[in-house]
Design a protein around this ligand. Sequence first.
Ligand SMILES: Cc1cc2nc3c(=O)[nH]c(=O)nc-3n(C[C@H](O)[C@H](O)[C@H](O)COP(=O)(O)OP(=O)(O)OC[C@H]3O[C@@H](n4cnc5c(N)ncnc54)[C@H](O)[C@@H]3O)c2cc1C
Length: 553
Amino acid sequence: MSNTAEKYPQRDEGKRFDVIVVGAGFAGMYLLHRLRGMGLTTRLYEAGHSVGGTWYWNRYPGARCDAESLAYSYSFSSELETEWNWSERYATQPEILRYAEHVADKFDLKRDIRFERRVTRAHYDDRSSTWTVETDRGDRATAPFCVMATGCLSVPQEPQIAGLKEFAGNLYWASRWPHQPVSFAGQRVGVIGTGSSAIQAIPVIAEQAGHLTVFQRTPNFSVPACNAPLDPAFVDAFKANYPAHRRNHRLGMGAGFGDLQIEPHPGGPALETAAGKSQTEIRALLEGYWRIGGANFIGAIADTMLNPDTNRIVADFVRDKIRAVVKDPATADALCPTSHPIGTKRICVDSAYYETYNRANVKLVNLRADPIDRVMHNGIRMKDGSFHELDTLVLATGFDAMTGALLRIDVRGSNGASLAQKWAAGPRTYLGIGMVGFPNLFMITGPGSPSVLSNMLVSIEQHVDWTVDCVEYMRKHGHRRIEPVPAAEDQWVDHVNEVANGTLFPQGGSWYLGANIPGKPRVFMPYAAGVGVYREICDRVVANGYEGFSFGA
Ligand SMILES: Cc1cc2nc3c(=O)[nH]c(=O)nc-3n(C[C@H](O)[C@H](O)[C@H](O)COP(=O)(O)OP(=O)(O)OC[C@H]3O[C@@H](n4cnc5c(N)ncnc54)[C@H](O)[C@@H]3O)c2cc1C
């Protein structure tokens, strides 16, 4: 991997570009491709050694997509769509990373990327209307435009557990996994966390480890992936109709996750509401979705995220499933989420997660009942004095989501205004794309856009296209500066809150709200009205001459 860095060793010293992009995940890669297509000089800085972002960093065992592969892929090139063949319904991390590398090679992206460069500062100069960006390797470059493609889930959350640094065994972060294979054979392994990553990793680790102890603070709802190799005939039929599928993903009312199963859905058409339906009808519908697997389960009844009664029915169904699978009643009880409505934390998609707790070598520790006292050099001591001896500890403790990566950069806008100050009480944006006081700075899937509530590839492509079209428009019309007007930003922030408050999402105590980070303001960050509605709004803004933005010369 470090070959990549050696290939691009030069430091930028005061170089000038048309656009500077931060981050070489799927967002940054597509940006680079589009900007180049417009003939713009672009420099992209990336902290990692290569492309792929999320899929470069998150190499833990069992890591895979929970959106279906055929939907979680770029749509901008029909040639790419046709030539690339996903092997499974839900692609593994190595396969997605191979795809990212393939895209980088196909479109010759790496020559404009500087790897192993973490951007530390981005400062706007009003007089020259340019951004100056600096990295931890001493690069310094300027451009009239700066685009933050830094990722919504790219900053791991370090848990505040006493003694963690004293652990003398193997310590792994799910989101910073080593590039070399890790063996758990015969070891006593502990996993802290039971979010999406842990739910994927635990079944795989359990198969290898001598003993696995899972330390759970909050149980999450998980639905079976029902992953399987993709049937070539299905893929051919799907690809033959790719444009229509893509259109559905972009314009759908929901998350753009896909409509990959045969239509009509074998579970039956989704219900608008559970009201007026019999228990038997509802259970049969949910059973159908459960058997097909995947996150679309949450869409079986359309008002699940709006109506507490419907939500309870769906949550009870899943809790019954957990109790039916997990043989030990106390473990099953501890695994049943009761503290949040289903779907208000990102629904997990698993392969034999609950079944894993029936293994003789797996133990669940419920931290709500039995909290950790401290980590010792050889294991974890609990508050009740009991001790779990461990050779290896895996931390799957989530991310400082949506704002974390941006706030780790010293971003200063017009008149030296600091982003950290602007966002002190929570993120404020217009459309999740731009911010008052930060001219010519764009965010891809920023707070205030559907982002993490969607199939991210759908949202990324939309934001990249919007941003690049905007830059093109400005060049064509001789505008040097764009910035949202305060009223538009205020109204958008209110609207995002209003939409969230009309749903059950704020009840989730989730990372969507920043609730996993001590001291982070509790603001529901993504826009919950769906990718289709959001896209219409963004398109209307453009059709009305970039309504809500002001241009300057
Ligand atoms: C384990 C996991 C599983 C996921 N599964 C799904 C899924 O199934 N479906 C889905 O839709 N989404 C999923 N996501 C969300 C995922 O992040 C997006 O789908 C997508 O990969 C985001 O692409 P991105 O380019 O916006 O950000 P990222 O992939 O996060 O890339 C951002 C890049 O910016 C770099 N960066 C950040 N700050 C700096 C800096 N200061 N200087 C230089 N570089 C910087 C990072 O190193 C990173 O490489 C998952 C996320 C995780 C963590």
